[in-house]
Ligand binder design. Structure first.
Ligand SMILES: *Cc1c(COP(=O)(O)O)cnc(C)c1O
Length: 352
């Protein structure tokens, strides 16, 4: 074994959902938006002066996008942190806020990137089991800890924690930072943003990847107090001064400006979600209550893994997690009505 082997950092990386290529596949496996971004965003990309945009470094303060988000959410520009997707924002938050010997805590079933960052940054952590209905119990989060991370609504379950319950967690952990990952909140959950004025330990993280249909542009942001945002900026600036390209900053700003399109596409997804619940129940699926753009649903006629494989053979991609607690279930992204019809027809064929 080479001498340097013992000094190398060993990590178990996060495994993202696959990105299969091909025209005829139905892709319901990574919670992308089935609709394109706002036409105004597309127009800005097409008419951009790339000769100048490509040559120059981006604005290090991202003034355009920060200003747009600050007015949209009625907070100060010093309360917004921008990162390269919310994965980058969360990673910076872990590095910035979880610097204690005490373990940080998060649910045992949640976004599977959290334990990866904890291991990467050598942050001790403890996973707290959800209850039998996949719910977070605030009283489980009262023991001393080095920080708390809650995805709300949670992933991959889609289940939302009511704001009054979430507030109990934030209140009982006033000596630690509580990160609330709101990747899906535009689809029905209650945002913790309205608690910001009352709690100085709260950091809310959002993304443009789902409800704003800009997963490819990699735009995430955090909203918190000026003090905590400054800490995040200091950490990011110590790693990377330009986390977002000018193209992404322009795309994000144009998206925020088109509220009507944003609302309409959310409405479309919610309508298809309601219909999909009915169609899957007809096909004997057990479904958790979803406040997101996906359903966590278990077939009851065949195993989750069998259904996953059989759908895959038919070009329908959903997500399956092999851990014991989750392996009965499939995480199915809400697609267009036409895409969902292909899914239902494939299920009928499999269960015939
Ligand atoms: C999708 C997702 C993210 C990451 O989104 P980005 O594309 O990196 O912005 C973060 N948290 C949860 C719970 C997600 O589902």
């Amino acid at each position: 074994m080479a001498g340097w082997e013992e000094n190398i950092r060993r990590v178990n990386p996060y495994t993202p959902g696959e990105q299969p290529q091909g025209k005829d596949i139905i892709k319901l496996n990574t919670n992308e938006n089935p609709y394109p971004p706002s036409p105004k965003t597309i127009e800005v990309m097409k008419s951009m002066d790339f000769g100048s945009v490509g040559r120059r470094y981006p604005d290090p303060n991202a003034k355009g996008l920060v200003g747009a988000l600050a007015s949209y959410y009625h907070v100060g520009t010093d309360q917004i942190f921008i990162g390269n997707g919310s994965d980058d924002v969360l990673s910076v938050a872990f590095l910035a806020f979880f610097n204690s010997e005490k373990p940080i805590v998060f649910p045992d079933v949640t976004y599977s990137f959290y334990p990866v960052w904890a291991q990467m940054y050598r942050i001790p952590y403890r996973e707290i089991p959800l209850d039998a209905d996949f719910r977070i119990l605030p009283e489980d989060y009262e023991s001393e800890n080095g920080g708390v991370v809650i995805a709300n609504p949670n992933a991959p379950t889609g289940v939302a924690l009511p704001l009054t319950e979430l507030e109990k967690i934030i209140r009982s952990n006033s000596d630690a930072i509580v990160i609330v990952d709101e990747a899906y909140v535009d689809y029905g959950g209650d945002s913790a943003l309205r608690l910001l004025d009352r709690y100085d330990n709260l950091v809310v993280v959002r993304t443009f990847s789902k409800s704003r249909a800009l997963a490819g542009a990699r735009i995430g942001f955090a909203i918190s107090s000026p003090r905590l945002i400054q800490v995040m900026n200091d950490v990011e600036q110590s790693v990377n001064s330009y986390p977002l390209s000018t193209m992404s900053l322009l795309a994000g700003e144009a998206s925020v400006a088109d509220e009507e399109y944003f609302r309409e596409r959310i409405r479309d997804v919610l309508r298809t979600r309601a219909r999909s619940v009915i169609e899957l129940k007809k096909r004997f699926f057990t479904i958790l209550p979803s406040e997101t753009n996906f359903l966590f649903a278990a077939p009851t006629r065949i195993s989750g893994n069998e259904m996953f494989e059989q759908l895959r053979e038919r070009g329908v991609f959903v997500r399956h997690f092999s851990s014991e607690r989750l392996n009965d279930y499939l995480r199915i992204t809400i697609g267009t009505d036409r895409e969902m019809d292909v899914l239902f027809a494939a299920i009928d064929e499999i269960q015939e």
